[in-house]
Design a protein around this ligand. Structure first.
Ligand code: COI
Length: 326
């Protein structure tokens, strides 16, 4: 099978080489994103692999269909913002990789939380300037705190387990309850109890800005918000107001509501961000912002490449994939 892989980063390249050999596929690899300008590169291929969702316009999907492409696999978990009906209309089956490494994101969630609890985002830059003062740096211990995990799919469930491993009391909220977690009846219950609110839900039309002025008002003033899920879950302006007015104690954000792939990513070091809310948020001492890297581990990347390829091979062989989303 000949597969074109778009938006391939240098981190992923060695794995494309490895799995070409192991899975017996021919990859055509490009660092360019899939869009109307680059879609011609897919000519002659049977399947498409894309990093995260792109701008899958009618014109783009029509062209892929005209090239005889029947399958597209994302290498991401998330497929928010994709018009699934449009894929169906063009008879292109779409798959994702629901579990490349829930642990990668869960561990990063813990890292952001521990950093904020111990003020490491303030202390580390100070030490670089030979400032070893330790005034006003009292931390808090996870074992004394309640963590509210919003969403207990693969990633949220893993995060809950890791938080519990640190001795935290973990309460969870999800429409679907599973396993041995303690669930609360409503998000409001979770917000009222939690010292750390950690988001692990996909972005849908229903939960856009679920963290807003009203829901933040239900949280403790001492609470931390951790978002390693999707930027659109949080009203950034409301978050900024809460942090500057001491209505919240801190935030760890691996995602931001705008410029998901335009600014965060490989080769973006010279991109200028002029969003005032983002700039103000990132300048606050009690905020950590990272460029959507929670997923980025050796294990995760290997699995992203391998499983997305397997999805395409399964489609090609049987017409189906267990990871099909449209
Ligand atoms: C996802 O897998 O949905 C992510 O958000 C990580 C992405 C950058 C591949």
């Amino acid at each position: 099978m000949r597969i074109i892989a778009y938006s391939v980063s240098s981190d992923e390249l060695p794995f494309f080489e490895k799995y070409a050999h192991e899975l017996g596929v021919a990859y055509k690899v490009t660092s360019k994103p899939l869009n109307e300008e680059t879609m011609h590169l897919a000519k002659g291929c049977q399947g498409v692999s894309d990093f995260m969702h792109g701008d899958y316009t009618n014109k783009l999907l029509q062209q892929l269909q005209d090239y005889g492409i029947k399958y597209l696999s994302l290498r991401s978990v998330g497929y928010d913002g994709i018009n699934l009906d449009l894929f169906k209309q063009h008879h292109i089956k779409l798959a994702n990789v629901p579990q490349y490494s829930p642990n990668a994101i869960a561990e990063f969630t813990i890292a952001l939380t521990l950093m904020l609890l111990r003020n490491l985002q303030v202390i580390l830059p100070r030490v670089k300037t030979q400032d070893y003062a330790r005034n006003n740096m009292k931390g808090r211990e996870l074992a004394d705190l309640t963590v509210g995990v919003v969403g207990t799919g693969h990633i949220g469930a893993r995060a809950a387990k890791l938080f519990a491993g640190f001795g935290a009391k973990v309460v969870a909220y999800d429409h679907q309850q599973s396993g041995d977690l303690t669930y609360v009846d409503s998000l409001e219950d979770l917000y009222r109890q939690a010292d750390v609110v950690s988001l692990h839900v996909p972005l849908t039309d229903d939960n856009h800005y679920m963290i807003n002025t009203q829901t933040i008002s239900q949280m403790k003033d001492s609470a931390l918000l951790i978002n390693t899920a999707r930027g659109g879950l949080v009203d950034s302006k409301a978050l900024l107001r809460a942090l500057t007015s001491k209505k919240l104690a801190g935030a760890g954000l691996d995602v931001y509501e705008f410029f998901a792939s335009e600014i965060f990513g490989e080769g973006k070091e010279n991109e200028v961000i002029d969003d005032p809310t983002f700039l103000e948020l990132s300048s606050l001492p009690n905020v950590i912002i990272t460029p959507h890297i929670a997923y980025n581990t050796v294990t995760a990347i290997a699995n992203m490449v391998k499983i997305s390829t397997q999805n395409l091979l399964d489609f090609d062989k049987t017409g189906q994939s267990t990871n099909q989303v449209a």
